[in-house]
Design a protein around this ligand. Structure first.
Ligand code: PRP
Ligand code: URA
Length: 218
């Protein structure tokens, strides 16, 4: 098993247990946390998570002239990566990631869960140019039944993306299993794996409705 600082593996799921991530997630979960603070915390956790996820990005050697001498040094190889938030709640993670990787491209996938069937319904998909040449991270705060994430991963793969990664704040075993069944090639990164889903498909204990808490809707 590939253990490394700041993350541990649970099956093929990387649980990012950095203390800052866990501390901020506690405040995100707290129902007393208002929209403004919730939004800021989600961005901060997204930034910390993407820092961990990008640990293995390949590097290539370049030469730069420092004020003193010529230095052989490294930059990230290949095209800039793309992040693909699942609308709406995934939007809440984009700014935090861009704080760390300002050159990242951003695609969007619009999905909502039908409240009766809990099945994802796609209403929008726009991905960056040459997306098939890029490392892609699909982002969504919640991995509940897994239907939305699985559909989003299918959508990016249909447009040529190979082995996208999935990053969520909170997951449950059911959602992880759905993604793993449909997308065994996808590495899943989460800040927490919670207990179960309630009868309405909400994660328990979870954090409530991520989209509503981010955007102040109900
Ligand atoms: C939420 C969340 C995920 C989805 C997870 O979105 O942001 O996309 O539910 O549930 P699942 O794993 O059971 O598919 P929602 O459908 O509430 O839409 P919103 O982001 O527009 O609020
Ligand atoms: N979507 C949310 O926003 N929250 C949940 O708990 C489950 C799905």
């Amino acid at each position: 098993m590939n253990f490394r600082k700041g993350a541990f593996l649970l099956g093929q799921v990387h649980v990012l247990d950095h203390p800052l991530i866990q501390h901020k997630l506690t405040h995100i979960r707290d129902k007393r946390t208002g929209t403004k603070e919730f939004r800021a915390l989600v961005q901060e956790v997204a930034m910390l998570m993407v820092y961990e996820i990008t640990r293995d990005l390949p590097l290539t050697e370049v030469t730069v002239e420092t004020p003193v001498a010529t230095a052989k040094t490294k930059v990230i190889a290949g095209k800039t990566l793309a992040i693909v938030p699942v609308l709406r709640a995934g939007l809440g993670m984009v700014e935090g990631i861009l704080n760390l990787i300002p050159a990242a491209k951003v695609g969007h996938i619009g999905l909502y869960r039908d409240p009766e069937t809990l099945q994802p319904v796609e209403y929008y998909c726009k991905l960056p140019a040459q997306v098939s040449d890029r490392d892609v991270i699909v982002v969504d705060p919640m991995l509940a039944t897994g239907g939305s994430a699985a559909a989003a991963l299918t959508a990016v793969k249909q447009r040529g993306v190979r082995e996208p990664k999935l990053m969520c704040l909170v997951a449950v075993p059911e959602g992880i299993a759905t993604v793993q069944e449909q997308h065994p090639d996808v590495e899943i990164y989460v800040a927490a794996v919670d207990d179960h889903l309630d009868d309405h498909g909400y994660i328990v204990p979870g954090l409530g409705d991520a989209g509503d808490r981010l955007f102040g809707t109900k």
